[in-house]
Structures are given as C-alpha cells and as structure tokens.
Design a protein around this ligand. Sequence first.
Ligand code: API
Length: 283
Amino acid sequence: MRLKFTKMQGAGNDFVVLDATQAPLDLQPETARRLGDRRFGVGADQILVVERSRTPGIDFRYRIFNNTGDEVEHCGNGARCFVRYVHEHGLTDRASIKVETMNRVLELHLQPDGRVTVDMGEPVFDLLQVPFDSTGLTPRAEGHGQLWPVEVQGHAVELHMVSMGNPHAVQRVADVDSAPVLTQGPLIEHHLRFPARVNAGFMQVVNRGRIRLRVYERSAGETLACGTGACAAVVSGILLGWLDGRVDVEARGGSLTIEWAGPGHPVLMTGPAQTVFEGEIEL
Ligand SMILES: N[C@H](CCC[C@H](N)C(=O)O)C(=O)O
C-alpha cells in the first residue's frame, strides 16, 4: 500500500502527518511504528492523523500516536503543525480553527507572521494515579503548588504533577545540560506511581520570564522540544512561585512562549511549525 505523508516539525519535535479527511484511516500501531522508525520508515517522534470532526462547531479531529504505536491525548508541537498543515493543504481558509483530541478541544490560531498560537486548555492537577501514602511520603507545599517526593535511583526527586490532557511530572534542576535526563527520565516515565506512565520534565529557571527545558517523553524518549511539556513546566513554575505569567521556554530544538493567567484559565502556547517535505511510502 502506498501512503502519502507530510513530514513536519515544531521546534525540532518532528511528525509524520497523514490526511484522513477524504477517506478513513485506521492507523494500526505497527504502521505507526514503521512510519516513526528513523531507519526502516520515515522517522518521527509522533504520527498525526487529520480528520474532519463530526461534532457541530468543531472543524477537525486530531489523533496522535507516539512512534511506539500508542495513541495519546495531546501533543502541543503537533497542534501547531496541524494548523499549518490544514492551511497548506487547502482544508480550511480560516485563521482560527477548533480541533478535538481524545479528551480536549483546542483553538488554534495561525498568526500573520506564520507563528501559531494554541489555546491548550486548562491544566489538571489530579494526576496522582497511585496514592503516595503507601510509602509514607507526603507532598511539600511550595507557593500554590505541591512537590511530591518520588524515589528514583535511591534518592527522593521532588516532582510537580500536571496534566495538559497528557500526564507530566516536572522537576527543577540547576542545569539542564548536566541533568540526568537520559538515566532518570525512563525511571520516572515507568515509575510505579504512574500506571499510565508519564512525560518527565527537567526545568532550569533562568529568571522569572525564561526557563530552559528538556523532556524525556512518554514512549518517544527525549525529544528536541515538547509542547505540552513546556506548558506543564511553566504552569508548575508559576504555581510554585518561581515564574511570572509569560515565559520563554528554551528547548534544544527551538523556543516556545507559554502564557498562563492561573487556575481557571487556559494555557496559551506560541511557537514555530514548518513543513519539511512531502512524500510517499510503500507499506
Ligand atoms: N509523548 C507524549 C505525546 C507527545 C507530546 C509532545 N510531543 C508535545 O509536543 O506535547 C505523551 O505520550 O503524552
């Protein structure tokens, strides 16, 4: 079977985008893995499927698969690429569109300068899927947030738990370049506290308006940028009293701007989205 695809990237987080607006596409995990494979396929962190929405008032449906084949709830960098995709492929002429994911509705806005702003919805804080009381560990309050001590590699790592639709565990580090992202990241991702696993964020606070961030993503491993991870890190930093309401996030693959006015408000993300090439693959 020959499959047309578009290769895209947002701050270095890369995607294979498939158009399922003309005919349904039942993407199987094995096909998602093949498309995401950097040697035997196209290569991408995630695979995005574009569908028309059947919900009145919603323009599109947006399905997200990690390159390991698991379908997930949200992808921030992918959302920016999504709106560029539907414009470049003539699927809409509206600068602002509504898109539904597995568990959220997003509003995406293509700016005149080509950058994309996404209303990512509100953060959710009920992420603790396993009660901590089983080990007697209790959270430490800081600002308006709670830091949860999780034992990793024999010592307690303080995590702030945030869901942007997908789960994030964020910790503050002194220097992201020397942070144990590749060793500690998978241990946090698979920690028994997180039966659905989790994206592990490592945040260095440069000042109240700027952070550096690395994310060891659930399934995909460390990516060059993570949009929902940037949102989760900024929300955590604001709640814990370390950041102001508008933060530039420096990821290894590029920079995002995240704004949040506090509980009850959505998180707004602005950043780049580019098409790299169009292609066809024989599956
Ligand atoms: N690995 C994530 C999905 C992709 C998120 C990331 N690429 C983004 O830009 O938000 C998860 O399993 O929840």
